[in-house]
Design a protein around this ligand. Structure first.
Ligand SMILES: *[C@@H]1O[C@H](CO)[C@@H](O)[C@H](O)[C@H]1NC(C)=O
Ligand SMILES: *[C@@H]1O[C@H](CO)[C@@H](O)[C@H](O)[C@H]1NC(C)=O
Ligand SMILES: *[C@@H]1O[C@H](CO)[C@@H](O)[C@H](O)[C@H]1NC(C)=O
Ligand SMILES: *[C@@H]1O[C@H](CO)[C@@H](O)[C@H](O)[C@H]1NC(C)=O
Ligand SMILES: *[C@@H]1O[C@H](CO)[C@@H](O)[C@H](O)[C@H]1NC(C)=O
Ligand SMILES: *[C@@H]1O[C@H](CO)[C@@H](O)[C@H](O)[C@H]1NC(C)=O
Length: 359
C-alpha cells in the first residue's frame, strides 16, 4: 500500500481528538461510499440515483417498490414483518427513514442484480435464512444497518432442521453455513462495500463464498470492503472469506467470542487498523480448519478446508485476541483511495457512528 493513501482525515482526527465519545464523524468525511462498491470496473454504486423517489410504509408497497430494474429510491418507514424474502431488482436505494426502519420475519435477497444500496434498516430474528444474502450480484453497498438475533441459542438455531429427509442436499447447503448469517455474500458477487453496520448478538456474522462446489464460479470475484463496522457479542465470521478478496479496516470487535476474521480456501484478506476488545479469542486466522463453534462438522475437530492468506497493513490493536497467519499473501494494496481512522480513535468513532439513525 502506498503511504499517500493513508491520509488521516484531518477534520475527523480533530473532531475526535478534542471531543467526547458521542461525537459522530464528520458526515462528509466519514460516511461517504468508499471501497470496492465505489471504485471498480463497473463504475460507482449509485442505487436509485436519477430515478423516482417513493416512501413505503406497508409490506405490499415495499415489495412492489423495489421490484424491476429501473432506478428508484425507496424510503422505508416503520416496522415490516415480511412473510417472504424481499427481492430488490437492480438500481435501487432502500433507505430507512429517520431513526431507521425494521424488518423481521424474512430478510432481503439481492440476486442477479446490480447497483443496490441498503441503509438505515434493522433486520433481526430471521429464522432459517440470512438477514441479507447477496447472490450473483454486483455493486452493493450495505451501510448503517443493524443485524441482531440471539446468540444464546448456539450456532445453528437460526438454521432449519425441519427440512424433509428427501431434501438432503438442501440440508447440506444449510449446514455449510449458507443460510444462517447476517450478511452473506455468495455466488460470484462482486464490488461490495459493507460499512458502519452494527452486528450484534448473533453466532455467524458474514460469510463470503459458501461452497466448495462454487470454487470456480467464485474465484476472481468476491471483492468486499468491510470498514467501520461494530461487531459485538458475536461468534464467528467477522467476516469469513473463501475464494475472494476482502479489505477489512477500521472495524471494532467487542466480545467476538470464537473467531473474528477467517480467511480460508485460498481467500485473501488485507487487515488493517482494526480494534479487538473484550472476550475475543481469535482476531484473525488463515488456518483452513473451520472450528466446531462455527459449523456442524464433517469431523469432530471441525471441517477441513485449505488455508487462506492474510496481509497486514496499518497496525491493528489485537487486544486480548490471538492471530494465526499460516500464509502471507500478495494482497498488499487496494485499487482505491481510502482514509484510515487513526487506530487510537477507532473504538469511539465506530461506537458513535455505526448503526441506525446516523445518516
Ligand atoms: C440500471 O439503470 C441503468 C440506468 O438507467 C440502465 O442502463 C441499466 O440497464 C439498469 N440495469 C439493469 C440491470 O437493468
Ligand atoms: C410476524 O408474523 C408472523 C405471522 O406471519 C407472526 O407469527 C410473528 O409473531 C410476527 N412477528 C412480529 C415481530 O410481529
Ligand atoms: C447472474 O446474474 C446475471 C444478471 O446480472 C444473469 O445474467 C446470470 O444468468 C446470473 N447467473 C446465474 C448463474 O444465475
Ligand atoms: C468467553 O467466551 C467463551 C465462549 O462463550 C466462554 O466460554 C468464556 O467463559 C468467556 N470468558 C469470559 C472471561 O467471559
Ligand atoms: C494455527 O495454525 C496451525 C497450522 O499452521 C495449526 O496447527 C494450529 O492449530 C493453529 N492454531 C490454532 C489456535 O488454531
Ligand atoms: C497472488 O497469490 C495467489 C495465491 O498464491 C496466486 O494465485 C496469484 O497468482 C498471486 N497474484 C499475483 C498477482 O501474484
Amino acid at each position: 500500500m502506498k503511504f499517500s493513501h493513508l491520509l488521516v482525515p484531518l477534520s475527523l482526527a480533530l473532531v475526535v481528538a478534542g471531543a467526547p465519545a458521542e461525537k459522530t464523524p464528520d458526515k462528509k468525511d466519514g460516511f461517504e461510499l468508499v471501497g470496492y462498491a465505489k471504485e471498480n470496473p463497473l463504475g460507482e454504486t449509485t442505487g436509485g440515483k436519477g430515478g423516482a423517489t417513493t416512501t413505503v410504509s406497508d409490506v405490499a408497497a415495499f415489495a412492489s417498490a423495489v421490484a424491476g430494474n429501473e432506478p428508484r429510491t425507496v424510503y422505508v418507514k416503520g416496522d415490516f414483518n415480511l412473510t417472504s424474502r424481499l427481492r430488490p431488482g437492480s438500481n435501487k436505494s432502500i433507505i430507512g427513514v429517520g431513526s431507521g426502519a425494521s424488518i423481521t420475519g424474512s430478510g432481503i435477497t439481492v440476486q442477479n442484480a446490480d447497483n443496490v444500496i441498503i441503509q438505515n434498516i434493522k433486520i433481526s430474528f430471521i429464522l432459517d435464512n440470512d438477514c441479507i444474502t447477496l447472490q450473483n450480484s454486483t455493486r452493493v453497498w450495505v451501510d448503517h444497518c443493524e443485524f441482531t438475533s440471539d446468540i444464546n441459542r448456539g450456532p445453528d438455531y437460526y438454521v432449519s432442521f425441519h427440512v424433509p429427509a428427501e431434501r438432503e442436499e438442501e440440508i447440506v447447503m444449510l449446514m455449510c453455513g449458507a443460510k444462517d448469517g447476517q450478511v452473506d455474500i455468495v455466488r460470484a458477487s462482486d464490488w461490495i462495500t459493507v460499512s458502519w453496520n452494527y452486528f450484534h448478538d448473533h453466532w455467524k456474522s458474514s460469510l463470503v463464498g459458501n461452497s466448495d462446489a462454487l470454487r470456480d464460479v467464485d474465484t476472481g470475484h468476491l471483492h468486499v470492503t468491510y470498514h467501520h463496522n461494530y461487531w459485538r457479542n458475536e461468534g464467528t465470521r467477522g467476516p469469513a472469506g473463501r475464494f475472494g478478496h476482502q479489505h477489512v479496516f477500521n472495524n471494532l470487535y467487542e466480545d467476538f467470542l470464537y473467531q473474528a476474521i477467517h480467511s480460508r480456501s485460498d481467500n485473501q484478506v488485507l487487515v488493517e487498523a482494526n480494534v479487538f476488545r473484550g472476550n475475543t479469542s481469535e482476531a484473525l486466522s488463515t488456518y483452513g480448519l473451520v472450528v466446531p463453534a462455527d459449523s456442524p462438522n464433517t469431523s469432530p475437530e471441525g471441517d477441513y478446508e485449505l488455508d487462506g492468506f492474510a496481509n497486514l497493513g496499518a497496525r491493528n490493536d489485537w487486544g486480548p485476541a490471538t492471530i494465526n497467519i499460516t500464509q502471507v499473501g500478495n494482497f498488499t494494496e487496494v485499487p482505491y483511495k481510502y482514509r484510515l481512522t487513526p487506530l487510537k480513535h477507532v473504538q469511539e468513532v465506530v461506537r458513535a457512528g455505526a448503526g441506525l439513525g446516523k445518516i
